[in-house]
Design a protein around this ligand. Structure first.
Ligand SMILES: [Zn+2]
Length: 602
């Protein structure tokens, strides 16, 4: 094997979870936070004028602290993901969260200090060469400062959060680690699957019968612990709603929209486009069901591979996957290819298929060393190759911003999914083009449909569920039965009542509902997907798009999303036109799929 399936974490902090380097980092960060807090207490805008040297020092220190916390945070979560049952990870996570809280407190204090700065001084500050690149971010911090409560109350909320929202989120991880699915292997021998393994098989196993039998066992595994998951979700959301109320809002979408630097008008336009344009995907699902010998597809079939007679589903070795991604990235952007090559060469990726790993995939940035780490489980399917290309897209986004001030790298979730989705699109298209037979092409087009199906149907369901859950949670604790019903109805509505089976316990199995520092981790994906489709279409018409694309990525933490699209793409996101151009690309794939499969169904 040319490339390692395991990542190198020692180059971040040597010695695993008990690393002395890590301990030192946490200790020095703690000292730095206290020093910054002290500096902030003594800072006065009027006496710092006209060059604001003190403030520049202050903001640089804050950025260094946050980068250090990011570096340590990546390391600790990497160790935990790769060794899911390691009992020594949780205490380190708690220690880091404590530091992050202290840092957030200082940052919150800074925001309020900025509110006190007279407008004239603030404008003059932003004109300083050292602060000019941070103008948007400082303005944003000052605006946030206006809704904050007094220091003592904010500090209390932060401390309570450690045993509140954050604790419930990490409790979710502990609960998931105890979930096992008693089932059988392909030959009927009894086996016990971890949640991650069961999830991979439920969505990715090639045998429709195996998937159909696994769904009830999967549902039962979550049903057995549904009260525990319901408690976790209720308290996490309850804490969040109380926090919102304390800051003067009952609108649970306000913060997620603000976090994404996105307007409600744009989000409404996106959902309208999705709802108006899902019929062709439901037709596609019916066709897929027919190819599987069924009238309607089940929940477990939506993302399933198609094994048509005569199509040998291409199994990638890890090295083949790496070479494939690097080659096709290179056709779009040589700089993307170089970054992917660097990631494989420098052991940034943990991809081994083994027990004891957390489910899912992610990319996290190591801000101090200008690196990234990618976590996933690689089994060799085209889908896994796409996932790898997705995470490498994230890594590329981080890499083109690595030289910017840390605050300027703080891009929002919706644009975070842009580079990743684009990376994935490039590789999925290349997969289809490389097909040698019609049957293979059908199989690959099917794999490529995972994304639009997820965005338009599955994630639409998550959004419907989450909105309705929060509405209900504002009034009461929501019972497991109600959660199941909310989820079932959301799935039926999003999938146009077209499926033969659903997954009512999806609310328990999906990590995204349990993230403590953000809610509604669903619409940013849909935004990112459609946004990158639009960019992809544009790239095909424009010469030398690489530079334009990188310029857009570098501006992702420097303006509102609407301004970003206007500046770099010349489009208005509150109008459907831009989004419909992306939808057109998906429709083209579906039309091709329908044409190729026409003769295969009666
Ligand atoms: Zn992603």
């Amino acid at each position: 094997m040319k490339y390692s399936l395991n990542w190198d974490l020692d180059s971040l902090f040597s010695g695993g979870i008990h690393s002395e380097q890590l301990k030192t980092k946490l200790a020095t960060t703690k000292t730095a936070i206290a020093a910054l807090d002290d500096l902030l207490d003594r800072w006065d805008a009027a006496s710092d004028a006209p060059h604001y040297q003190q403030f520049i020092k202050l903001i640089n220190q804050l950025q260094a602290i946050e980068a250090g916390i990011g570096q340590a945070g990546l390391f600790i979560s990497a160790v935990g993901s790769a060794d899911f049952n390691n009992p020594d990870v949780a205490p380190m996570e708690a220690q880091l969260r404590d530091l992050a809280t202290q840092s957030d407190n200082v940052s919150g204090k800074l925001k309020k200090v900025l509110v006190q700065v007279p407008d004239a001084n603030f404008t003059a500050m932003l004109e300083q060469p050292a602060l000019k690149p941070l103008a948007f971010n400082l303005q944003e911090m000052r605006d946030e400062g206006k809704s904050l409560l007094d220091d003592k109350t904010e500090a209390l909320i932060s401390r309570l959060n450690l045993d509140g929202k954050a604790a419930w989120s990490s409790h979710y991880d502990s609960l998931v680690a105890t979930v096992t699915v008693p089932f059988h292997d392909a030959d009927g021998n009894p086996i016990t699957l971890s949640a991650g393994q069961a999830d991979n098989n439920l969505l990715g196993n090639a045998d429709p019968q195996y998937r159909a039998e696994l769904l009830p066992a999967w549902e039962q595994a979550w049903a057995d612990k549904e009260q525990l998951f319901a408690d976790t979700l209720n308290h996490l959301a309850g804490f969040r709603l109380t926090e919102y109320a304390a800051h003067g809002t009952t609108d649970f979408l306000r913060q997620p929209l603000k976090d994404n630097r996105l307007s409600a008008a744009t989000l409404a336009t996106i959902w309208q486009v999705v709802d108006d344009n899902k019929q062709f995907l439901l037709d596609y699902l019916d066709r897929k069901a027919a190819l599987l010998g069924k009238k309607h597809a089940g929940w477990q079939d939506v993302e399933a591979p198609l094994n048509l007679p005569g199509s040998q589903l291409h199994h990638f070795t890890y090295d083949e996957a790496a070479a494939f991604i690097i080659k096709h990235y290179g056709e779009f952007s040589p700089k993307m290819a170089a970054l992917a090559q660097h990631a494989f060469d420098h052991h940034w990726i943990e991809a081994e298929d083994r027990a004891g790993k957390a489910p899912g995939g992610w990319m996290e940035n190591a801000p101090e060393t200008h690196e990234s780490r990618i976590f996933m489980t690689f089994t060799g399917s085209p889908n896994d190759v796409s996932t790898l290309a997705h995470e490498l897209g994230h890594a590329f986004h981080s890499s083109v911003m690595a030289d910017l001030p840390y605050l300027r790298q703080d891009y929002a979730m919706n644009v975070a999914e842009t580079a990743s989705t684009l990376g994935e699109l490039i590789v999925a298209d290349a997969n289809v083009r490389a097909a040698k037979t019609d049957a293979e092409k059908i199989t690959l087009l099917n794999a490529k449909m995972d994304n639009p199906l997820a965005m338009f149907l599955n994630i639409r369901a998550r959004y419907l569920f989450e909105s309705r859950f929060y509405q209900l949670r504002q009034k009461k604790l929501v019972t497991p039965a109600e959660l199941n019903e909310l989820m079932l109805n959301a799935q039926k509505e999003a999938f146009g009542h077209d499926l033969s089976t659903y997954s009512p316990h999806f609310w328990a199995s999906k990590l995204h509902f349990y993230i403590d520092d953000l809610s509604f981790y669903n619409f940013p994906y849909v935004f990112g997907y459609l946004f990158s489709l639009g960019i992809y279409a544009k790239a095909q018409q424009t010469g030398n798009f690489e530079d334009q694309y990188i310029a857009l990525l570098r501006d992702t933490a420097n303006m509102s999303t609407e301004d970003l699209a206007r500046k770099h793409l010349g489009v208005d996101l509150t109008k459907p036109d831009f989004w419909l151009a992306g939808v057109k690309l998906i429709k083209r794939d579906v039309a091709e799929f329908m044409r190729l499969t026409d003769s295969l169904v009666k």
